[in-house]
Design a protein around this ligand. Structure first.
Ligand code: BES
Ligand code: MN
Ligand code: ZN
Length: 520
């Protein structure tokens, strides 16, 4: 055994986070003999059309065909599972995801299950439908069991066959793509679910490096000295109260010649930035006990960015992507930054820290300056930034802010297609004076109201002028208090699906990656 300065490393500290495997999904023209559960879809306004059961019987079973509801019927050695899609005219991809998620949970006691494509249109062809279904099943089958002493006690499905009479080869390509995205989401969830005391900045960076190297990305890690050398004052300021050194992980994805085939002109460059606060105690402006619970999730933005960029090779995305994820915890150690302290950011801005709990913007500011120096065509950041965003939009919807309408629309559209909920919020210029400091260029909080917008306006100061930038505040949807569709309780991996979709479709959405062109 090697020496460990920590006498109590906690349970399974060395277990490889990110190890939760995703459900294996196959595509076939018929259900395999080994499947003991077989799913079929039902529309609420066509309950009379279900083979072998009457409308009256399914209704007595409590089944109305609502999206997310299921009825399990014993049928010889197998079970039939009716999965509601709602009214036929209203059913689309969101209803299909909900239905498949409910199906996956309903059949968790089976080893092998099968489900046929829905009849009807759903606004999707059969091939994309197979992809949507595979992704939903993989996401809903996730559970975080790494820290349970009884191992994988909760039963989970082992294999799913999607039964289609559509093009099998093309459907399999979609399922492969869905697998890459779902694996990325599950990796991000594992990172978010890891306790703050185990997933230190050093460990988080190691996980990022391991995954990125495995995916063939270029990797650069800045340690404390390199962060000081690069004058990333905001990261050093937040890290002052910590006994763990900070990290900044930079990952670069270069598309392969195959990924670029068919693209006219050079690929666009997009920079991603993610908030990596491995635990947020609030610092000296300490959080009340109840608000501190769950603050291990404050690195959900960084986890989403790292997971997404690592999925790009498998997705064959034709865009250059560079990611910057600053990592530190926000603690109260003896030399923690004090309210009233001033630091200097890499771009020369001096910042008065009024509230040490508004720390995410300090580390993101530095990462946005680094991202700007790459001179990308766009920057997108993802951050569990403000409780105020949860007041505004609740726990399931992310706030979207941008300095560029076309980029904002691209991100909004990508999120909608990917099945993640975001809503645009403004960045009102006249609110920026709330951040005027008596002693420095800027202070880190505004007044009581509109805290999401002033946080966004703070970030905007660190984006070089002329670069389109979008900011996703995922404080609400980054973590769930209950099962919700494809999302489990706990870390959701929110942002991964939006980023993957945004980058995969980048050159389709606007000519040559010019985000000032109409996005649609
Ligand atoms: N990490 C929090 C934001 C957060 C809150 C995320 C709840 C997820 C759930 C952030 O660092 C924070 O503490 N923000 C403060 C800002 C305030 C001091 C201006 C907040 O929202 O209260
Ligand atoms: Mn905070
Ligand atoms: Zn925070």
């Amino acid at each position: 055994m090697t020496t460990n300065s920590n006498p109590n490393p906690g349970p399974k500290e060395e277990s490889p986070a990110g190890a939760t495997p995703v459900l294996s999904v196959k595509v076939s023209a018929s259900a395999p003999a080994g499947a003991t559960a077989v799913g079929e879809f039902a529309y609420s306004d066509r309950l009379g059309a279900i083979e072998g059961v009457t409308k009256a019987a399914v209704q007595r079973g409590g089944f109305e065909g609502k999206p997310g509801s299921v009825l399990v019927i014993a049928d010889g050695d197998r079970v039939r599972v009716l999965c509601g899609l709602g009214a036929e005219a209203d059913a689309g991809a969101p209803e299909l995801r909900k239905a498949v998620a409910a199906f996956t949970r309903a059949v968790s006691r089976h080893r092998k299950a099968a489900i046929s494509l829905p009849e009807g249109v759903l606004g999707l062809g059969q091939v994309p439908m197979a992809g949507v279904m595979a992704e939903a099943a993989m996401l809903a089958n996730y559970s975080f069991v790494q820290l349970r002493s009884d191992g994988d006690a909760a039963p989970r499905l082992n294999g799913l066959t999607i039964v289609t009479d559509g093009d099998l080869r093309a459907s399999r390509v979609e399922v492969t793509r869905a697998t890459a995205v779902a694996e990325a989401v599950c990796f991000a969830r594992d990172m978010v679910n890891a306790p703050g005391g185990s997933l230190t900045p050093e460990r988080f960076a190691e996980h990022a490096v391991e995954r990125a190297s495995g995916a063939g990305l270029s990797v650069e890690v800045l340690d404390a000295d390199a962060i000081a050398e690069a004058r990333l004052g905001g990261i050093l300021a937040v890290n002052k109260g910590s006994s763990h050194p900070p990290r900044l992980v930079k990952l670069t994805y270069e598309p392969s010649p195959e990924a670029l085939a068919g693209l006219e002109g050079p690929p666009a460059t997009v920079a991603l930035v993610g908030k990596g606060i491995t635990f947020d105690s609030g610092g000296l402006s300490i959080k009340p006990a109840d608000s501190m619970v769950g603050m291990k999730m404050d690195m959900g933005g960084a986890a989403a960015v790292i997971a997404a960029i690592c999925a790009l090779p498998a997705l064959g995305v034709p865009v250059r992507v560079v990611s910057f994820t600053p990592m530190t915890d926000n603690m109260t150690g003896p030399d923690a930054q004090r309210p009233g302290d001033v630091y200097t950011a890499r771009n020369g801005t001096t910042v008065e820290v009024i509230n040490t709990d508004a720390e995410g913007r300090l580390i993101l500011g530095e990462a946005l300056v680094l991202a700007s120096e790459v001179e990308p065509d766009a920057i997108v950041d993802v951050a569990t930034l403000t409780g105020a965003c949860m007041v505004a939009l609740g726990e399931r919807i992310a706030g979207l802010m941008s300095n560029d309408d076309a980029l904002c629309e691209r991100v909004r559209h990508a999120a909608q297609e990917a099945g993640e909920r975001v809503w645009p919020l403004p960045l009102p210029e006249d609110y920026a004076s709330q951040l005027d400091s008596d002693v420095a260029d800027v202070k880190n909080i505004g007044t009581r109201y509109g805290g999401t917008l002033t946080a966004g306006l703070f970030l905007k100061r660190f984006v070089a002028s002329g670069i389109p930038w979008a900011h996703l505040d995922i404080a609400g949807p980054g973590m769930g208090n209950e099962v919700d569709g494809v999302n489990p309780k706990g870390g959701t991996g929110f942002g991964v699906r939006t980023l993957c979709r945004l980058l995969a479709d980048w050159h389709d959405a606007g000519a040559g990656g010019d985000v000032s062109a109409d996005a649609d």
